[in-house]
Design a protein around this ligand. Structure first.
Ligand code: ADP
Ligand code: MG
Length: 161
């Protein structure tokens, strides 16, 4: 089996939204991923496509959670030929300054069997990196071009007895 394509280059926000729609198929819950990239890299734009694919929101309903910190969208996902419920959480930790402040967000409660948690600026906090299964790295290239790479952490190996 060929591995799923996990690297894309886009040239407009519309193309990034289209990549988000494709990536959604790879994000089977439970997922907790960091959205890594500079301001304006297109992290929030990518979530628009992911939310669309999950029937969780229209792209113009997905806005930056910079001030609200957490946005929650209810959607559905095709699983074994059936649409099953999924919760999409989109977070932005740009304004969070300490682990103590982070605790008030209750990340534990967001990480459920049927949730996809996507965290902008999660790389600021070691505890969030530890929690994450990987990251989607977005890099600005020339002009409107962006590289988007899904990087999953290697599966944990079985503990040695
Ligand atoms: N290829 C592209 N992909 C995503 N956004 C792009 C692209 N080219 C230009 N843009 C613009 O860059 C900005 C990205 O904003 P946003 O998604 O909020 O970034 P972030 O959440 O990473 O700060 C938007 O104004 C968008 O229109
Ligand atoms: Mg953003």
């Amino acid at each position: 089996m060929t591995p799923p394509q996990t690297e894309f280059v886009t040239h407009s926000s519309a193309e990034t939204i289209a990549v988000g729609r494709k990536l959604a198929a790879l994000l089977t819950p439970p997922k907790f991923l960091i959205l890594h990239g500079d301001l304006g890299a297109g992290k929030t734009t990518l979530v628009k496509g992911i939310a669309e694919a999950l029937d969780a929101a229209e792209s113009d309903e997905v806005t930056s959670p910079t001030f609200t910190l957490v946005h929650e969208y209810e959607g559905t996902l095709d699983r074994h030929g059936k649409r099953t419920p999924v919760l999409l959480y989109h977070l932005d930790l740009y304004r969070i300054e300490s682990e103590r402040q982070l605790e008030t967000l209750g990340l534990d409660d967001l990480q459920t069997d049927d949730s996809i948690v996507l965290v902008e600026w999660g790389e600021k906090f070691p505890s969030v990196v530890k929690r994450s299964q990987g990251e989607i790295v977005m890099t600005s290239l020339d002009g409107d071009a962006r590289r988007i790479v899904l990087k999953m952490k290697p599966e944990p190996t079985a503990a040695k007895s």
